[in-house]
Ligand binder design. Sequence first.
Ligand code: MLT
Ligand code: ZN
Length: 454
Amino acid sequence: MTLEADLSDAIGERHVLIDPSVTASYESDWTRRFVGHARCVVRPGDIRDVGSVLQLCSRHGVAVVTQGGNTGLVGGSVPRGGEVVLSTSRMGDIGPVDVVTGQVTVGAGVTLTALQQAIRPLGLDFGVDFAARDSATIGGLVSTNAGGERVLRYGTMRQQVVGLEAVLADGSPLSRLEALPKENTGYDLVGLLTGSEGTLAVITAVRVRLWPLLAHRTVALLALETTGAALEALAELKPRLGSLEAAELFLADGLALVRDHTGLPAPMAGEHVAYLLVECADRVDPSEALLEALGEVSTLVPGLVDIVVGEDARSRRDLWRYREAHTESINANGVPVKLDVAIPHSQLERALEELPGIAAAAAPGARTIIFGHLNEGNLHVNVLGTSDHQGVSEAVLRYVASLHGSISAEHGIGRAKTQWLSLSRSATEIAAMRSIKTALDPGQVLNPGVIFKD
Ligand code: MLT
Ligand code: ZN
């Protein structure tokens, strides 16, 4: 029997997709940087289905690429050629919310928006949020240890995962959903699978930590004359504002691109070098505290030249749009080299100044748009107008490593950055990671070519 016939027997023919017009959307990412060919797409409905798929693929010697919302930016969920794409879309259950422990178990295919909609009416919230919320899935968030806009307050996805359920490459189920607050019995397998980018197991369900919903929010957009002033403003705001939840940076050229693409009006009079979007959230209205802090910071940071505040839901959303529309606006202007780096705070101002020149030296005439999560020193470096992705990545990532930064802050290594892994990890670390991969997936069934070069 062919693999497709075996898969159809195991999980139902209608969940094994082979029609190219249907599988096409699973075969490329939405930046159009990664395009491949899937042997077929399977849509298992539960952990048993996933076990069957992995057993069969192992037996037939065919690799599996797990795909959630396909919003990843490093090619980690796109097939290269001939793999089975395992879509988590049917694993969309949201279990009962435990309001006492503040936990809920959700299927890997639940989108971030669906989770938010299920828990917010109960007075609870989720610690990770970002622009791709409507498509990105919880399984994908765990696999990539997603970051986003709230890391300042709640940490990354790793801090939200209480337990999980997964299937190993040979089809064996692994369940650590019922996590106790104190549990010290050997290796932290949940932690190991978090951020493993689909290379060690297929995550089928996740038990996540929830937080009290902070219904009162205020957003401010600060205009700054230098990027150094943005850093100074954040350093002054943080100790003054316990309710600070986000601190997002973008620059004049990014704003121009966003306005051009979206038709949004200018957020304020004049053009400025840098913009810092801050959001405060609290059980009571944080506006007064934010305004008071901004008043003080204005006198301390001369480079802070203008502020717009959004208190009601609509003006908050409008201000966020200037930041969140960066990705789509960049994409509308071509296929970018997309890099996601973290820079130590002491080197951030210098990096913001030097990065466009580093990229331009590798690709003359290219345009570099930088934005990101300022608190974590996480810069999204997007280079437009060049097809030399290799050359630009090499130059930028080596420069980042020279500043003791990380070549991937939140997007992961995927297929995009395998050749530069050694810039952020030692030979000993890479050897240890490879040993783990070989032990758990000796047949190289799960996402070959991701994290490690094959
Ligand atoms: C973001 O922060 O908006 C995302 O990481 C997406 C991106 O880098 O384009
Ligand atoms: Zn980001």
